[in-house]
Ligand binder design. Structure first.
Ligand SMILES: Cc1cc2nc3c(=O)[nH]c(=O)nc-3n(C[C@H](O)[C@H](O)[C@H](O)COP(=O)(O)OP(=O)(O)OC[C@H]3O[C@@H](n4cnc5c(N)ncnc54)[C@H](O)[C@@H]3O)c2cc1C
Length: 328
């Protein structure tokens, strides 16, 4: 494997953060392998996404606004991806670990006779070979794997596990020719989107997370929620808090929970165990509030505020609300 190809998942030109995380990681891996970093954007809105992707360190962005991609089920997408992969040659193909990404990746695996690794949280090139880290069995085991000798390898990247960093090459945008001789039977007639009232933990710009130090369920609603609301964010938790039944498991962050990458992560009454850290380490700024000045989270937080959370959080929330009111 030499080059890296990113599959860009988007809806009419709107994409998720994982696209930029994949683009950033593609550069790192391509440099280490001595190859080029490519991205492929297909369907209506592909050109708009390509413009956004130019801010990231890719070499080439392959684009087709072919409406067949929107109109038919996944076959046209896989045809285009296969065509780009075959023209680029021996490559690692990165897709997001989403419903669509896994579907595209699985089909490409069959088309290209490629290796496949799902839900990848870390990648390194060691001695010219790619070493892949992926949690298995709900995070109970962390596996390290490598592709056997194959021209193409496919990984699905866990959203928020990699940092997105703009900057770099000013990629060249090229139009892809429509793969010849294809016809498609399965038409998309309509799409139904479910409305969700709560902000998704994985996409929130600010996460205010609570741990065992909160002592019970009430502070999550009476203290953490108001602070999260004041900051335009949402509430998360450690496994200790979820195991205690203080919050639902859907709020758990970490190895066996969700992976988040907000601009700001506030860890309140959380010690910073490795299993929690792997779910939030790529956050932009990490602030920890803990009564213990020697707590492990202090080693990787940008700021450790030492004190009693029950005194600090209400004061902090008041200060933020006052500052917002003053600027309203
Ligand atoms: C296989 C496996 C998977 C796991 N997966 C996950 C996972 O996905 N996510 C996860 O979070 N954990 C996970 N864990 C558990 C993890 O090892 C830790 O036990 C857990 O993260 C600890 O949670 P905590 O920080 O809330 O609690 P603790 O480690 O007990 O820390 C509580 C902190 O609160 C502070 N504190 C107490 N009172 C106050 C106060 N009044 N003011 C300020 N600070 C205060 C204390 O000083 C302490 O640092 C996993 C463990 C295993 C074995």
């Amino acid at each position: 494997m030499q080059h890296v190809i990113v599959f860009v998942e988007h809806k009419a030109g709107h994409t998720r953060k994982v696209t930029f995380e994949m683009a950033t990681e593609a550069r790192t891996i391509a440099d280490a392998l001595g190859g080029k970093a490519h991205a492929v954007a297909l369907g209506t809105g592909a050109a708009a996404i390509a413009e956004q992707l130019k801010a990231y360190p890719l070499d080439t962005i392959h684009v087709s606004e072919d409406t067949d991609v929107d109109k038919f089920l996944l076959d046209p997408t896989v045809d285009y991806m296969e065509a780009v992969a075959k023209s680029t040659g021996s490559a690692l193909i990165i897709v997001p670990n989403t419903m669509l990404g896994r579907d595209v990746g699985g089909r490409l695996m069959a088309r290209l006779d490629a290796g496949f690794n799902a839900d990848v949280t870390d990648m390194k090139v060691e001695g010219g070979r790619l070493s892949i880290t992926a949690p298995k069995l709900g995070g109970a085991f962390i596996t390290t794997k490598a592709f056997k000798n194959c021209d193409f390898g496919i990984v699905t990247l866990r959203p928020n596990a990699f940092a997105a960093k703009a900057g770099g090459a000013g990629a060249q945008v090229v139009q892809i020719e429509k793969p010849a001789g294809k016809s498609y039977a399965m038409v998309v007639e309509s799409e139904v989107e479910e409305a969700s009232a709560e902000m998704g933990l994985e996409e929130a710009p600010v996460v205010v997370s609570g741990g065992r130090g909160l002592g019970g369920p009430e502070p999550f609603t009476t203290m953490l929620k108001p602070l999260a609301d004041a900051l335009g964010g949402t509430v998360g938790a450690t496994r200790a808090a979820a195991d205690a039944g203080w919050v639902p498991y859907s709020l758990q962050i970490g190895q066996t929970g969700k992976t988040v990458s907000p601009q700001l992560y506030i860890a309140i009454g959380i010690s910073g165990a490795i299993q929690h850290k792997v779910g939030m380490r790529t956050a932009g700024t990490i602030v920890a509030i803990n009564k213990d000045g020697t707590v492990p989270i202090g080693e990787f937080a940008d700021l450790l505020v030492v004190g009693d959370l029950f005194k600090i959080i209400p004061e902090l929330t008041k200060l933020i609300e006052a500052a917002k009111a003053a600027h309203a």
